[in-house]
Design a protein around this ligand. Sequence first.
Ligand SMILES: Nc1ncnc2c1ncn2[C@@H]1O[C@H](COP(=O)(O)OP(=O)(O)OP(=O)(O)O)[C@@H](O)[C@H]1O
Length: 249
Amino acid sequence: MTATLETIGLYRTFGALVVADHIDFRLEKGARHALIGPNGAGKTTFINLLTGRLRPSAGQVLLNGVDITFDRPAARVKAGIGRTFQINALFNDLTVLDNVCLSIAERTGASRLMLKPAYRHGEIVDEAMALLYALHIHDVCDRFVSDLPYGKQRLVEIAIALGLRPSVLLLDEPAAGVPSHESHVIFDVLEEFPKDISILFIEHDMDLVFRFAERITVLAGGATLVEGTPDEIRENQIVRDVYLGESHG
Ligand SMILES: Nc1ncnc2c1ncn2[C@@H]1O[C@H](COP(=O)(O)OP(=O)(O)OP(=O)(O)O)[C@@H](O)[C@H]1O
């Protein structure tokens, strides 16, 4: 079956440093796939190669079997690749609802059609509120993003990504910076997502990874060290030696 997102021999260097070393990767339809690995393994770089923020030195990126290797980031978003960043990328001086409405308006083209705040139109607001309910942040819809606790900001970021109706969602440490007693909330919400959205996420918290992921790819030194189910990864001796330690047996 065609993968939602696939890379073939993806290769990228920064000067002499190889940061993506011939990565062959498949994100299957409906996947809940984690990308893990030590600091500097090349995880964010890999996501940047998928979104088009970075160009590969060699290799291919396919979306539903179509070669998008040289498509610009905006074209990839339109084609269905949504992402969140490790660092918050929100309009802090707009309300939560405005942020999400803007994203939906961008998708529908409404933002270019009207002079007034087009993103405040009825259908767009309805869709935005539905998303905020789904993510359990409807109660803060009229708050400025800058006034929210960090965990909620991360959820707003996910709402913005979803406003673009992606078929693939790339999450770079969605719970980063969120207090550990709250980080599970983000994954609880992700667990409720419909399966027509394929998710690839970077996460350092192994408890969250093993709870949420159905498949795990371990990167080290820019190359795929191993890929498998959570059980296979847990039991893999190389992964235990290089990355996990012995605490996840
Ligand atoms: N723009 C850049 N120019 C030069 N080197 C870079 C650049 N971006 C990343 N690197 C280097 O590439 C390597 C991979 O970085 P990357 O951020 O992809 O790793 P990572 O696995 O996401 O790490 P972390 O878990 O710490 O976020 C690192 O050695 C990093 O220093």
